[in-house]
Write a protein that binds this ligand. Structure first.
Ligand code: TYD
Length: 215
């Protein structure tokens, strides 16, 4: 069933490897919109709803996580997404809000499809089923070299390596490459920003692009 949306609501997703600085930039972009009196809703994948948080715990903190197959992982991530779309995102868009999502369907395309080698077609179909017609108006990829993102991850004091973060360097190289290829194929939806620049520079670039693209 198609979900209802409006002409004033906008969905902007943020993508990139761990440690790329998505959450800092989401907070900064939210402030820009608040200054011009737009309602802003931020959501985080794979959480963002109570059901989503429970699903997230299964995926991320499961001590037996290594035994989870890629197919299960895909279905759990997309299940959490189906919930957040219907519970949070679509209603917010209906109110005319700006929704900033920390990860969205491209994370499944890249992590489960490219990273875990699941076939692209079923991943795309399952993704589409989960989101209905709620596609991002704009997707910001914050690109950082793999070495930089892994070094930043190690510095996150509270972040003990969890299931996803135990993956090896080659996996993260595939993720980075995957995002760049995806963005190249859909330049009208994606913007790629250099995540090694200062947070202020990245913020300005994103705000300028958002204003230019989302009239
Ligand atoms: P989290 O600690 O929430 O995020 P982040 O790295 O964005 O700060 O961890 C989310 C992990 O789940 C991250 O490794 C990416 C992964 N992931 C997928 O593999 N597929 C998905 O569809 C989503 C949404 C996330």
């Amino acid at each position: 069933m198609p979900l209802k949306t409006t002409t004033t609501g906008r969905l902007i997703s943020f993508e990139g490897s761990e440690g790329s600085g998505k959450s800092t930039q989401i907070a900064r972009l939210a402030e820009h919109f608040q200054k011009i009196h737009r309602e802003v809703v931020t959501t985080r994948e794979p959480g963002g709803t109570e059901i989503g948080e429970q699903i997230r715990n299964i995926i991320v903190h499961n001590s037996k996580g290594d035994e989870m197959c890629a197919e299960t992982e895909l279905l759990l991530f997309t299940a959490a997404r189906a919930q957040v779309v219907r519970e949070v995102i679509a209603p917010a868009l209906m109110r005319g809000a700006i929704v900033l999502s920390d990860r969205y369907l491209d994370s499944s395309t890249v992590y489960q499809g490219i990273g875990r080698n699941l076939a692209a077609d079923p991943v795309a179909q399952i993704n589409r089923f989960a989101v209905g017609n709620v596609m991002p108006d704009l997707t910001v990829v914050i690109d950082v070299p793999t070495e930089v993102s892994l070094a930043r991850l190690k510095q996150r004091a509270s972040d003990l390596p969890d299931r996803m973060e135990r993956e090896n360097v080659d996996f993260y190289k595939k993720i980075r490459e995957g995002y760049l290829v995806l963005a190249q194929g859909m330049p009208e939806r994606f913007i790629v920003v250099d995540g090694t620049k200062t947070q202020d520079t990245i913020e300005k670039k994103i705000w300028a692009e958002v204003q230019a693209r989302l009239k």
